[in-house]
Design a binder for this molecule. Sequence first.
Ligand SMILES: [Zn+2]
Ligand SMILES: [Zn+2]
Length: 316
Amino acid sequence: MSGIFTLSLDTELIWGVVQWARKEHEESVAMAREIIDELLGLMDKYDVQATWAVVGHLFLDKCRIENGKKHSDMPRPQYSWLAKDWYDVDPCTDIETDPFFYGKDIIKKIIKAKTKHEIGCHAFSHVIFGEQGCTGEVADAELKKSKELAKSFGIELKSLVFPQNSIGHLEIVKNNGFTCYRGPDPLWYNSYPHLLRKAMHPLDVGLAMCPPVVEARETLPGLWNIPGSMLYLSCDGVRKLIPVSSRVAKAKKGIDSAIKQDMIFHLWFHPFNLASNMKNMLNGLEEIFSYVDKNIDENRLEIKTMSQNVSFYTNK
Ligand SMILES: [Zn+2]
Ligand SMILES: [Zn+2]
């Protein structure tokens, strides 16, 4: 019996919320760099490799208006809920002026860490692939731009985390050389109506119910889905009523279940999810990492990044 622990991090600073809810999240995003430093330290302490799925714009430390247009080379998605130009939110300044939009320093830190992490992709500007309004042209440009920027850092992007986990344009993903993506967590209440589903999530975490464990599945030749198992739920709003210990207990159950079934326990979150109740959330994560470490020492568990899972399952 041997399970796999996989960790993926949606790394986006303000890009994940800027179109909808910038104000509500600014405080958390302002703490993201501090949290990332803490995470990298913890990962080094327990030798935990992660897949950092980074928004491509974070590879930049500046951008500017060209030919009177922001990112004039990028096609725009046309969403029914967005009247303005997609790049209207982009300040087109630099990292000193608008550190929420640029993250070259973060990429460098991840690369330089003692632990050899994987850098993955989270689109260039966090467009929602699965929504109508994101054409194949937009998806293709988002991936190509991210790949090109990563390449200038000597990184080859292989793993994709879709913004908002919204799956779309898989053929284009594959044609851009990606070998895997993170599919949605196969939660037991997924088929429930939207509102009920929303209510079930905190309940499920609060009761520390065993999360699903997963396997990599080849959805197109050469392109694998590595679904998530569990979001390390933030302590924002009413979620603060759920003790951090419930999240930890749930993750430990996931690790045990992965070991028992020879499967993957795939934990994921956004670094800024740790902003509320940061100290306790980091302590909780440390407890999870230490449990991973213990099981590795006892030869029951391995850590694999998303793309390492592809190699493993391809040869299985
Ligand atoms: Zn820009
Ligand atoms: Zn995101």
